[in-house]
Design a binder for this molecule. Structure first.
Ligand code: JCQ
Length: 223
């Protein structure tokens, strides 16, 4: 799979792309990440890519020309803009993108991007969640990780690729490993019982309780 990242900070990606399973997927030839420096198409000696908003207001807006020139040749790849104003990114989104031959991630900055970019050069706008970052770079890295672990041959055991926390729409149950007693904090007795029926029932109950407490939205079919 090819993932292109359009950014004014290509150096942001050097560390994260070299380590862990993303680094391994790249050196194994399963993933090809291309960093595209938007300033290549910037205006003037300062390679400017932002300008003041029409209508007034605080902050700067990313200009249409540099993004148009960067993104027009990438028509045919699925072009995604990372923005807090996008649709929420879900595991289903990542499953869909992991099946594509090529994905382009566009990192927004400043107060936003000229709407004509979104209208003419972007296929989908997504958000990582209801908070604001300085730019889309961290969101792009999250997407690269989420997609990479779904690529065939990246994660050793295909079972563990089953979208863990979203299995049946419930959060995962608590997990424990040795020692069974750490400072008097013990592992639930049922997990040491060897009774697989009781263990399965306990795990399901834990998942339901945890989901109700932390993510009631997942239990409400109307949301
Ligand atoms: C992504 N959740 C939050 C910040 C403007 C495109 O315009 C902007 C993009 C950003 C960076 O992305 C986020 C974000 N998902 O903040 C401001």
């Amino acid at each position: 799979m090819e993932i292109r990242v359009v950014t004014i900070f290509p150096e942001f990606f050097a560390g994260p792309l070299d380590v862990s399973l993303v680094g391994k997927a790249r050196s194994d030839g399963l993933l090809d990440v291309r960093l595209i420096d938007l300033r290549r198409w910037g205006r003037g000696v300062h390679r400017q890519v932002d300008d003041a908003p029409f209508g007034g207001g605080a902050g700067m807006v990313m200009m249409v020309e540099p993004l148009a020139e960067a993104l027009e040749p990438l028509a045919g790849t699925h072009r995604v803009l990372l923005t807090p104003a996008g649709s929420p990114l879900t595991q289903a989104t990542l499953d869909r993108w992991a099946a594509l031959p090529a994905l382009t991630l566009v990192c927004g900055r400043y107060e936003g991007v000229d709407e004509r970019v979104a209208e003419h050069f972007i296929d989908e706008e997504v958000s990582l969640g209801d908070y604001v970052l300085l730019g889309g770079e961290v969101a792009a890295l999250a997407i690269i990780e989420g997609v990479t672990r779904l690529l065939p041959g990246v994660v050793g055991n295909p079972q563990s690729v089953v979208t863990e926390s979203f299995r049946d729409g419930l959060l995962e149950e608590p997990q424990y490993t040795r020692p069974a007693d750490f400072r008097g904090w013990t592992v639930p007795e049922v997990l040491l019982s060897g009774d697989h029926g009781r263990i399965a029932a306990w795990r399901l109950e834990q998942r339901r309780r945890r989901t109700a407490a932390r993510r009631p939205d997942l239990l409400d079919p109307d949301r």
